[in-house]
Design a protein around this ligand. Structure first.
Ligand SMILES: Nc1ncnc2c1ncn2[C@@H]1O[C@H](COP(=O)(O)OP(=O)(O)OP(=O)(O)O)[C@@H](O)[C@H]1O
Ligand SMILES: [Mg+2]
Length: 452
């Protein structure tokens, strides 16, 4: 008969490719000392002493005269093997076996009995005994049984240790996988935002001039139309010949003169409003892609937030929405003041718009190491999980047409990123939303270079 060699478990090759991941090394057996310790339990002192004397040459043997005494010994220190008689006064060998397998599963139990009944043997083995020897047993057979029990115990312990080690490695792997997935998502998000930024910059650049012509000419158009209206009114005052008056009246009727004159002003107003909106979108796209005005300087964060709140008095002045300030001690932060005000504005307007009726917006600030952390928490309607990954996308809005362009958060994201900071969001529908910004106190050289 050939024996299959027992190898330590082998991890899949790809596992070790993960940086920092430790493949399992040799596993140390923590309590080698107990491996040679044997407890002999028998109510007959002659047998106890004979076994102890025989095995004592190679092992550290102790004896007990009953199951209770044996359990008392085991409570004090662990044993590798227990050799127990079956028939003993008080608790018998089977009861002792039951206790040992339950309380000390690593201890191997060899039963020794004068009763040679197959059912007894089967029962003892089924309960977890390693071997069942019939008295009087050959002492060599006893040694053999002890050695086999020890090597089985050692294999079991090694397997258990490997299993525990593998489980730890599995947990570590799962954590690393989650971390990699998070980093990947972050990378995809950053790349997406970068390409959206380029697109936005291109669109803004192309639209900027034509939108400027249209908007710039609106005032002139309005003035010219007013002048022409004045001229027409002067003509209307003139008395005409009957023939000329009927020609003019026919033309007036055909073109709907009265309605046309009345509508002109509001048409021009609508056009001006539309042009203003286009300019606003272009300006926001430029802000999202690159804010090129202003210079970097030391600013006091709280002052910027407070002045923005004052500008938003129509949201926060009437008392429906309460502002709570939980300001910490902050150092001056080197940044683009105008851009950061844009950030506070977007976050505060969003918070206010998410609150229907009354609610609270809490602003907290903290100094953490090389950064400042600013959080805006509102008690508004919250953001559904499906939308959370899209709110920083340009033009993503859930607001009605005319109320939101969906650019606020994408601009905010761009600004925070350009400052070398980060922004994250947590939200629960029906409870509220918290935006957390981390901004470095001193921007890195890269941030400064990007901004010139
Ligand atoms: N504090 C908040 N509470 C609930 N929803 C929010 C909050 N902030 C943002 N959102 C959601 O994210 C969307 C995108 O916000 P973003 O500021 O980019 O655009 P907007 O507010 O819709 O329009 P704009 O800011 O251009 O006027 C919002 O339409 C809204 O659905
Ligand atoms: Mg907004």
């Amino acid at each position: 008969m050939t024996e299959t060699p027992v190898h330590p478990p082998v991890l899949p090759a790809h596992v070790s490719l993960l940086s920092g991941f430790m493949a399992p090394g040799p596993i140390a057996d923590p309590d080698d000392g107990e491996d040679r310790r044997i407890l002999i339990v028998d109510d007959e002192s002659g047998i106890r002493d004979m076994f102890a004397a025989w095995l004592g040459e190679d092992f550290e043997c102790e004896t007990a005269a009953s199951a209770d005494e044996a359990l008392a010994c085991m409570a004090v220190q662990p044993y590798a093997i227990v050799i127990s008689d079956m028939m003993m006064p008080g608790r018998n060998g089977v009861e002792l076996l039951r206790e040992i397998t339950m309380r000390y599963p690593e201890t191997g139990v060899i039963m020794v009995s004068g009763v040679d009944r197959p059912q007894r043997v089967r029962d003892a083995l089924r309960l977890g005994a390693f071997d069942y020897l019939i008295k009087p047993c050959e002492l060599d057979v006893l040694t053999l049984s002890v050695e086999r029990a020890l090597s089985r115990r050692s294999l079991l312990r090694t397997a258990r240790l490997y299993k525990a080690s593998l489980e730890t490695q599995n947990v570590e792997l799962a954590n690393r996988k989650a971390e990699l997935e998070r980093l990947q998502a972050q990378l995809v998000h950053t790349e997406k935002m970068a390409s959206l930024g380029q697109l936005a910059a291109g669109v803004a650049h192309e639209l900027n001039n034509p939108a400027g012509f249209v908007y710039g000419n609106m005032d002139l158009l309005s003035t010219y139309v007013s002048a022409l209206q004045e001229l027409l009114r002067a003509y209307d005052q003139l008395s005409l010949t009957e023939e000329a008056a009927s020609v003019i009246d026919a033309v007036k009727t055909r073109i709907g003169y009265e309605r046309l004159i009345a509508d002109l002003a509001s048409i021009i107003d609508d056009c001006r409003e539309g042009a203003e909106r286009i300019c606003e979108v272009v300006k926001n796209l430029r802000l999202f892609s690159r804010l090129d005005e202003a210079e970097i300087k030391q600013i006091e964060i709280h002052g910027g937030i407070d002045s923005t709140i004052r500008l938003l008095s129509h949201y926060f002045g009437s008392g429906g929405i309460v502002i709570r300030r939980d300001y910490g001690e902050l150092p001056l932060v080197n940044c683009y003041a105008g851009q950061l005000n844009e950030v506070w504005m977007n976050l505060l307007v969003n918070a206010a718009q998410s609150i229907r009726g009354s609610g609270e917006v809490t602003i907290s600030t903290r100094h953490e190491g090389e950064s400042v952390v600013v959080t805006f928490s509102d008690t508004g309607k919250g953001i559904p999980a499906d939308n959370l990954s899209r709110i920083f996308d340009p033009f993503f809005t859930t607001k009605p047409v005319g109320e939101g362009t969906g650019l606020g958060l994408s601009i905010t994201y761009g600004i925070v990123e350009r400052h070398g900071g980060s922004i994250s969001v947590e939200s629960q529908v029906g409870t509220g939303t918290t935006f957390t910004l981390t901004l470095p106190i001193e921007p890195t050289k890269k941030v400064i270079d990007q901004s010139v």
